[in-house]
Design a protein around this ligand. Structure first.
Ligand code: SF4
Length: 214
């Protein structure tokens, strides 16, 4: 695990990320808060591209919890059966829809605790939804952020909770909102798992990773 980078280096890293992409966006398609929660829940152990392919037609007919209930579990399965763990995910989506209709008037709640109480929604999903829909600086740590944070020294930690805390503690507040997407996209396309593209990396002179692929 890398040591924690200092304030000025982290500020320079995010200044460069911001100059390269001022408004980084997530890659999961959605049309409202509800479809975002469903898309994020479906994306566990699946790619965003695969989820988008499955939800393209689904969200045209089931973009609210009530419409999802009307659709029913078997029809939902037909839409998402190309996604890993689809049976379990379908069950959770239906249970979630029932709870949203019965307890939240069909609306998606926007506290972390309320989101996490929904079937199939863990801390990571809750944080993605808080960040992407409500623009709250919540930090969802996925495999890309975990890898990048530890290699670079931006937000090292032995587990996802420690990395989440390191992000909140060390990334300057003016970068907190977009930090999630800058790091995911950097991890997904540049600081990739097997052979990181260090030679083309815009922060290679600041990153602490000892085995750079130059
Ligand atoms: S220099 Fe290499 S290891 Fe460091 S952030 Fe860039 S791609 Fe990742």
């Amino acid at each position: 695990m890398a040591k924690q980078l200092d304030y000025h280096t982290i500020r320079e890293i995010f200044t460069r990320f911001q100059e390269a992409e001022a408004e980084p966006k997530g890659e999961l398609d959605h049309v409202n808060a509800y479809t975002l929660v469903v898309a994020v829940a479906l994306s566990a152990q699946a790619t965003d591209v695969g989820v988008n392919r499955a939800t393209k037609d689904l969200f045209k007919i089931a973009d609210t919890p009530q419409k999802m209930l009307n659709l029913g579990e078997e029809a939902l399965i037909e839409h998402i059966k190309t996604i890993g763990l689809y049976r379990n995910k379908a069950k959770n989506v239906m249970k979630m829809a029932k709870i949203l209709v019965e307890y939240y008037c069909g609306e998606v709640p926007n506290s972390r605790a309320a989101l996490e109480s929904l079937p199939g929604v863990g801390r990571k999903t809750a944080n993605v939804v808080l960040n992407m829909w409500w623009h709250y600086p919540a930090q969802a740590v996925d495999t890309h952020i975990f890898r990048f944070g530890n290699r670079s020294g931006v937000c090292p930690g032995k587990d996802v909770v420690a990395v989440e805390r390191a992000i909140e503690d060390h990334i300057p507040v003016d970068f907190q909102q977009h930090a999630h997407h800058w790091m995911i996209l950097h991890g997904r396309y540049t600081c990739v798992a097997r052979k990181p593209k260090c030679a083309a990396c815009l922060i290679r002179d600041l990153c602490m990773f000892e085995d750079k692929n130059l």
